[in-house]
Design a protein around this ligand. Sequence first.
Ligand code: SF4
Length: 360
Amino acid sequence: MTNSLQTQVPARPALVVPEMPEWPVLSAAETAELKERIKTLLREQDAALVAHYYTDGDLQALAEESGGLVADSLEMARFGTETPASTLVVCGVRFMGETAKILNPEKRVLMPDLAATCSLDEGCPPEGFSAFCDAHPDHSVVVYANTSAAVKARADWMVTSSIALPVVEYLAARGEKILWAPDRHLGHYVQRMTGAEMLLWDGACVVHEAFKASALERVRALHPEAAVLVHPESPDAVVDQADVVGSTTQLIRAVIELPNPAFIVATDAGIFWKMRQLAPHKTLIPAPTAGEGATCESCAHCPWMAMNALQNLERVLRLGDREIQIDPAMRERAVRPIQRMLDFARERGIGGGASRLGRA
Ligand code: SF4
């Protein structure tokens, strides 16, 4: 990458981050009753529930109890194509529902809240991105899963954080220059690891960009026995302190497999549900997001992921009104980079059934 190219990256668009939604607190009996009602609706509607690791623990539990899946973006995409269910209910953010629909156009794809988006998706508008691609026709376009269908339709490859490194290594070995979007922190990490020539879009995740390196140093000093786990959407100075850098699945696996009794975790706090389920004896310490003197040091939770709850899941199953629709012509273009990634993963044995994290 050269600086002259980097200066041509469009400025980050202004972003409106929603308030964290406040859901009514349910008693244990109310939660159990609501979960039973949802399970009945899932059965009646031939629907499978797939939830991301960052969603509420009740949703993750329900996905597993009802025969669905809790997973990262790569496995969520794959699961939709494997399940015989005619309806997919995606608890996560909008690009996950769109990816499910792109891969399964014949299936009905519902989401509890269609406004649950992502700062990376919001920060990469299709028109500006397409113009950026047009300005660099000699680059292969690699986009992160956290993008709209329209941005994917402009890409050569889609990747998730589980598979970004091997795909970029493969392209770099073929001498290809890469235009990467939208997460500049993940892009920079991939660039450092692979040495690939990459032009980076200036996007960021509001959750992972908030982790603070200086405060993390202080927490590490307090817990020398703890391994530091960092998602690569975090800034370099945080990534550089990590014992393990990886996707959500790779970080959960580290908690299970490493001998450390404790872990400092720099990713969305929703992941703690799965980590506690699979490694109940390990101590989990949230990495700091607000630094010394602040009242909030562990508020790393995505406000868009938090728009998913049992209440609006039950509602969408009852009313069926929050359905993902993708224009067929756009779908035809957007499916190519996704399918290319899935084929690449299958040929190299990356992810898939054996690598899925099960239940405790
Ligand atoms: S945690 Fe970050 S990358 Fe994930 S959905 Fe939220 S804003 Fe997007």
